[in-house]
Design a binder for this molecule. Structure first.
Ligand code: ADP
Length: 587
């Protein structure tokens, strides 16, 4: 198995650079919004601390009320202050949450953009290996991990950290010994998170194989692509028993982890309660010793729960979230560092040349081409024939600049000026019109010298009056459109190929689903179209290759015959044999 050649991926080699990319994009686009979010976060954390101070002053004033008349005035002031800070805290909470949600949407948008841009820059060869397909699929998951990570960093910087620092300063100033409170809150939460993380990663390792299996067996029973065959073989009970066995394995693993985590949770809860009571005890002692005022006692006492909640939120939800997502973040980084596509050189004189080309598929067992050479002159029509697996479709993709070679030099007409009718063309579930214009979305349908949409359909021989009169008709069953026959879909693919502006037209088995009577008409059309551009025709229909100026016979990635129809017929070689064999078959 060969690896894709290491190419420049545009972002250096470090994961950090990859992780910073969405942040850079976000800053470029929403810098002021981001700064505002950080500021609102700091103000919100300030208000949270101010509430404690306001509460403590209010209670102290209330206690003073018993001793002094002056305190009566101040208590109204303190009550007003407490009310104002509480109201502002509620408003701050609303604004901060709103900005958080909207920032996450912006961040998600930027991450999706980096993924789509990267997919667009990947070599189509990257999609030929199952490993890469898996990577691409996982990248989206990893993108979510990155976005969670950055949002966590923002909220820790803007809210949690300032909040805990200010609380620490406040507690220390009230009484230095109070500053250990945060440690008593922090320790149990932190420890339980670490233990939980280790447990969960172990659980994921042991349970995932079972999960993947039972999901797969479930698909074997219920999915459309399987059920015809599995039912025909009578294999449903077989898959059901496999499904049940793997589900049982999964449940056993889940049960084991639940048991363990319940015990650990109970242990950590006891630790938390012990910490809580230590704080209460300390507070009480300090009050009895007159080291702190009743106001400080009340304020801290009523705020302990909030401190616990925020510490829990910061460590379990946010920092724990980063740890949980780290695996998928790494997948995003690997995806973003995948080698990118580079297009072959564009020929200056309009001739296409392949010199000393080597090509092997990423998961191919052997080279498809080795030291392969070919020259196709400008406006020439070349037919390529050969047995299955001889390399025709691969050659077509090299000529269309879809694949890159491993070595050697290739000069094509460039992707921009090339069009192709694919052997395994796509059936898009969208309007008939979009199914055609997708090949050249930005061209004007009335461009002079180019086929219009209607002309393309007409030339491709789609003769359903209804469809021609209703180009907006949805085709394909996925979204409730009408289904087309195999032959009709093929005509849509032909129309798509000829609609695109091109100097090079490649037709890879363009009539496989069209009956032989109709086929002749299509080949006449190709003959007409090929007058104006360079054309490559790959086909098994020997009669059709007459339209070509030149015929190339491929065998195991080598050209074994090359000449005009007459020359090859006369030579009595492989081509001549194929012609007589097909003639016999037709007779
Ligand atoms: P043809 O079009 O003449 O039938 P192809 O160009 O499709 O031949 O295939 C040439 C060789 O490359 C064959 O041996 C085939 O098995 C191999 N091949 C084609 N596609 C892939 C792929 N995606 N991965 C690995 N090998 C492939």
């Amino acid at each position: 198995m060969k690896c894709l050649k290491a190419r420049k991926n545009g972002m250096g080699n470090s994961n950090l650079n990859v992780m910073l990319l969405p942040l850079k994009l976000l800053c470029q686009k929403y810098f002021s919004y981001l700064i505002l979010f950080l500021l609102v976060g700091i103000i919100y954390s300030l208000l949270n601390t101010a509430i404690i101070m306001a509460k403590s002053s209010f209670v102290d004033e209330a206690a003073d009320l018993l001793n002094s008349v002056m305190a009566q005035k101040r208590i109204w002031f303190m009550a007003g202050f407490l009310g104002l800070v509480s109201a502002l805290e509620i408003i701050g909470n609303g604004i901060y949450n709103f900005m958080y949600v909207s920032l996450s949407l912006k961040m998600q948008g930027e991450i999706q953009k980096t993924i789509f841009q990267k997919i667009n820059r990947l070599s189509p060869l990257a999609f030929e290996t199952s490993e890469n397909l898996e990577r691409i699929k996982k990248a989206r998951e990893g993108g979510n991990g990155i976005f969670t990570m950055w949002l966590t960093v923002f909220s820790i910087i803007s809210f949690y950290l300032p909040y805990f620092i200010m609380i620490e300063i406040y507690l220390y100033r009230m009484q230095p010994v109070l500053s250990i409170f945060l440690l008593l809150i922090f320790l149990p939460v932190f420890l339980s998170q670490i233990i939980n993380h280790t447990l969960v990663s172990h659980y994921v390792d042991t349970s995932t194989p079972y999960k993947r299996k039972y999901e797969y067996y479930n698909r074997c029973i219920t999915e459309k692509r399987f059920f015809k065959e599995t039912r025909f073989w009578g294999a449903v009970p077989f898959f059901r028993s496999k499904f049940i066995a793997s589900l049982k394995g999964y449940s056993e693993e889940t049960w084991k982890i639940n048991k363990k985590s319940t015990f650990i949770h109970m242990g950590m809860e006891s630790l938390t309660i012990a910490g809580y009571f230590s704080i209460l005890y300390l507070l009480f002692r300090l009050l009895v010793d007159n080291t702190i005022t009743i106001g400080v006692f009340m304020a801290v006492f009523t705020s302990i729960k909030r401190m616990y909640d925020l510490m829990n939120e910061m460590i379990v939800r946010h920092i724990g979230g980063i740890l949980r997502n780290y695996g998928s973040v790494k997948k995003y980084c690997t995806f973003m560092k995948m080698p990118e596509y580079y297009e072959a050189a564009v020929s200056m004189d309009g001739d296409i040349t392949l010199s000393h080309i080597d090509f092997t598929y990423p998961e191919g067992q052997k080279a498809v081409f080795r030291d392969f050479n070919l020259r196709i002159k400008k406006n020439e029509t070349v037919a390529i024939i050969g047995a299955n697996g001889s390399g025709k479709s691969t050659l077509a993709k090299l000529l269309a600049s879809i694949y890159e070679t491993d070595s050697g030099e290739i000069k094509t007409l460039g992707r921009e000026k090339t069009s192709m009718v694919f052997q395994n063309f796509q059936k898009y579930d969208m309007s008939l019109k979009d199914n055609i214009r997708i090949s050249d979305l930005y061209r004007d349908d009335n461009d002079e010298g180019q086929l219009s949409l209607m002309d393309s359909l007409d030339m491709a021989g789609l003769n359903s009056r209804y469809l021609l009169d209703n180009l907006e008709t949805e085709v394909g069953r996925k979204f409730g459109g009408i289904d087309l026959s195999g032959g009709e879909w093929q005509r849509v693919a032909i129309a798509r190929g000829i609609y695109r502006k091109h100097d090079l037209l490649i037709l890879d088995e363009p009539t496989a689903a069209i009956n032989p009577m109709e086929e002749d008409r299509i080949f006449c059309l190709f003959e007409e179209l090929s007058q104006e551009c360079t054309s490559i025709l790959i086909t098994h229909r020997m009669g059709a290759v007459k339209i070509a100026d030149r015929i190339i016979v491929l065998e195991n990635g080598r050209i074994i015959e090359d000449g005009t129809y007459q020359e090859l017929c006369k030579s009595g070689g492989r081509f001549a044999k194929m012609i007589s064999l097909q003639a016999e078959l037709y007779e």
